[in-house]
Design a protein around this ligand. Structure first.
Ligand code: AMP
Ligand code: ZN
Length: 464
């Protein structure tokens, strides 16, 4: 299996630290609001990477954190007049709901920064003991120049960084490139006791500590969006390698951005859609399929036209699967004909094509085209072929979809717009005194867990 390693800037053969096992750490979201579909890209992409490793028989330890202490969380808490913890817990729950909608599997462990403070204090103490860190007035800084390989991931050298970064002058630091490991408490902020006074950890140290605790000193694959390469991941390497004296991560994978009008979707730019908003308009399976239709290292522009194209593509696959299911359900126990055997050979070569694409740095776009070719085969089977062959195709296509995390069971979950259209139709039927049709619509909605209430203000509906 080959994957592109940001650290070496080339595709490399994957060799695990421990045979048959893979430890993957993916930097998770800061939980102060609903996640947007840009944040969902790394979730979908690396969940697919995980699923492929599982398909290949690896024992996968997948760790993804929640950053639940941060300026943005504190700001939101102050705005709402509640505790920061209440904000982060609320949006962890909401984030997990969105992940479920996108069919992103829960991680093996989802550590939360606020529950790992002891480990962070311990790592900072170790760094101070080795002179990789120092304290000034309650703040602890990492001594960046002391770490000889700094800049290896982002391919930068320290002096260029200083020239380019226009880092604010801070008399307190020994060097402009030193970064914060621990910051002192400010009034009204959450804090924890430490040898340097009450305070809270810096962002980078969280991931160094959580990945060490849940995976080990050396991670197989460390992943996240490409905006994290510098400084976050560069700083994680510096902290972890200075402390553990071991290589931190063997492979670094970074997804490119999800854009709108070719600009990065982000909360700060205001050009974002939350996963929740989008779920009102599209089945989230369509969004997952859309994200996998591009290579993860290519920028992906979000537009209704492109999402509609993905919706049609996914529909084509699901319709073929439904048709095969019907053929199999109506068929009998039989054996493949000679012609079927030949087609099986072709199907096998398409599965090989799918695997080759996935093993070439997770080229999901090409993997999906292999599925479309299988769908073509499926669409020309008919009652004259054997049920055994239909079953073979059905199993093959559903298995490949499963690797991509595409749900193949028709859920038929109604979207808000569909529900409202049905309610209107029911009203029209009642006006026309077609009560049979009106009742039929009410029952159809009830089957889908939609409850109607006739009120004086009109019809109200809710999901059961
Ligand atoms: P944040 O909550 O900003 O720390 O982001 C959580 C994850 O989402 C990180 O891995 C980011 O790199 C990633 N991310 C944020 N915005 C985008 C975007 N527009 N496209 C792709 N990934 C993104
Ligand atoms: Zn991180």
């Amino acid at each position: 299996m080959k994957l592109y390693n940001t650290l070496t800037r080339k595709k490399e053969e994957f060799v695990p630290v421990n045979e048959g096992k893979v430890g993957i750490y993916v930097c998770g979201p800061t939980v102060y609001n609903y996640i947007h579909i840009g944040n969902a890209r790394p979730m979908v992409v690396f969940d697919t990477v995980r699923r492929y490793f599982e398909y290949k028989g690896y024992d996968v330890n997948y760790v993804s954190n929640f950053t639940d202490v941060d300026d943005k969380i504190i700001k939101k808490a102050i705005e709402e007049g509640v505790d920061a913890h209440e904000i982060s817990e609320r949006f962890i729950v909401e984030c997990k709901k969105d992940m479920e909608g996108l069919n992103v599997k829960p991680a093996t462990t989802h550590p939360k920064a606020t529950e790992e403070i002891d480990g962070m204090i311990k790592m900072i103490e170790e760094l101070i003991a080795e002179d990789y860190a120092y304290e000034k007035n309650g703040t602890v800084y990492f001594r960046t120049r002391h770490f000889k390989n700094y800049g290896q991931l982002s391919n930068k050298n320290l002096d260029d960084m200083i020239a380019g970064a226009r880092i604010a002058v801070n008399e307190e630091k020994d060097d402009a490139m030193d970064f914060v490991l621990w910051k002192p408490k400010k009034e009204g902020e959450p804090s924890w006791p430490s040898p340097w006074g009450d305070g809270r950890p810096g962002w980078h140290i969280e991931c160094s500590v959580m990945s060490k605790k849940y995976i080990g000193d050396t991670i197989d694959i460390h992943a996240g969006g490409e905006d994290l390469i510098f400084p976050h991941h560069e700083n994680e390497i510096a902290q972890s390698e200075a402390c553990n004296h071991e290589k931190f991560a063997n492979y670094w994978m970074h997804n490119a951005f999800l854009n709108i009008d070719n600009k990065k979707m982000s909360k700060s730019a205001g050009n974002f859609f939350t996963v929740r908003e989008i779920s009102e308009k599209y089945d989230l399976q369509v969004i997952r399929f859309f994200m996998l239709s591009a290579h993860y290292r290519s920028p992906l522009n979000f537009s209704d036209t492109l999402v509609e194209a993905s919706k049609n593509g996914l529909e084509r696959i699901l319709t073929a699967i439904d048709r095969l299911r019907e053929l199999v359900a109506d068929g009998q126990e039989d054996q493949m004909t000679e012609a079927d055997q030949k087609n099986v050979e072709e199907a096998k070569s398409l599965v090989a094509k799918f695997e080759e694409a996935m093993e070439d740095d997770f080229n999901t776009a090409d993997a999906i085209s292999a599925i479309f070719e299988l769908v073509k085969l499926a669409n020309v089977t008919g009652p004259e072929g054997s049920t055994a062959y239909d079953r073979y195709l059905l199993d093959t296509i559903t298995r490949l979809c499963e690797i991509l995390g595409i749900v193949t069971d028709k859920k038929e979950e109604l979207l808000d717009a569909d529900i409202e259209a049905l309610i209107e139709e029911r009203q029209a039927a009642r006006k026309a005194r077609d009560f049979a049709r009106a009742d039929q619509i009410r029952d159809q909605l009830a089957d889908q867990g939609i409850i109607l209430e006739d009120t004086r203000q009109g019809v109200k509906w809710r999901r059961a």
